[in-house]
Design a protein around this ligand. Structure first.
Ligand code: 4G3
Length: 241
């Protein structure tokens, strides 16, 4: 997958060279193509922003440098603007975007971009949550990380995205590693006894109880058996562990 990123701060994307995404970039599984919008400014002082028509606080990114930067991309694929007005990123959107061979992400700064950019160049507006940041760069990195996990060859067997949280619409069960007793804090005994049917049942129950306690909204969409729905109705089942 090729990910084109249009930004005035390409240096902010250094974290993509680390860890799992750094490996995916090094071995060519994911190609990151950073495009500095400022390089396309036609003005003497290489400006990329200007005052909004009609007045108001702050600055807007001008259309010309963004249109010219976009036109320099040979295969933009699906184009995305990171925006507080966008559809909130979720697991399903990340999986869907992982199916594209090319994506192009526009990062806005100041108070955003001229509306003609969005109307003429952008396929989808995506938000990472209901808050405003100083730029779209951190949201773009969040999107890239979430999408990359579903691109074939990015995660190894140990990191597999298949069985993890949200795949089944539920929160992940609690996990423990050695020692079995750390300063008197004990690992639940069922996990030490080697009965895999009991372990699976315990983990499923933990997922259900934790999701009901922390994110009851997720239970509406999750696939639960009638027995599981009944179990969650009982008030005395609400205590986890
Ligand atoms: C205001 C995206 C700010 C308008 C971008 C762009 C948060 C998100 C910006 C605009 C951002 C988000 C840049 N902040 N919630 N800042 O995904 O069009």
């Amino acid at each position: 997958m090729t990910i084109n990123i249009l930004t005035v701060f390409p240096e902010m994307f250094a974290p993509l060279q680390s860890s799992v995404l750094g490996r995916a970039a090094s071995d060519g599984t994911i190609k990151i193509n950073l495009i500095n919008i400022r390089d396309f400014s036609a003005s003497k002082h290489k400006n990329t922003d200007d005052y909004p028509f009609g007045g108001g606080a702050g600055m807007l990114m001008m259309p010309q440098p963004i249109f010219d930067a976009f036109a320099s991309i040979s295969e933009p694929g699906v184009s995305i603007y990171m925006s507080p007005k966008g559809k909130t990123l979720d697991d399903a959107t990340a999986r869907e975007l992982a199916g594209f061979e090319n994506i192009t992400i526009l990062c806005g700064h100041y108070e955003g971009v001229d509306q003609r950019v969005i109307d003429n160049l952008i396929d989808r507006e995506i938000s990472i949550g209901d808050y405003v940041l100083t730029g779209g760069e951190l949201p773009a990195m969040v999107l890239i990380d979430a999408v990359s996990r579903f691109v074939g060859g990015v995660l190894g067997r140990a990191e597999s995205a298949l069985g993890d949280s949200f795949g089944d619409g539920l929160l992940e069960y609690p996990q423990y590693t050695r020692p079995a007793d750390f300063r008197g804090m004990k690992v639940p005994s069922v996990l030490l006894e080697g009965n895999h049917a009991l372990i699976s049942a315990w983990r499923r129950r933990q997922q259900l109880l934790l999701t009901k306690r922390m994110r009851p909204d997720l239970l509406e969409k999750a696939e639960l058996t009638p027995g599981e729905r009944r179990m969650l109705e009982q008030d005395d089942a609400l205590e986890t562990q």
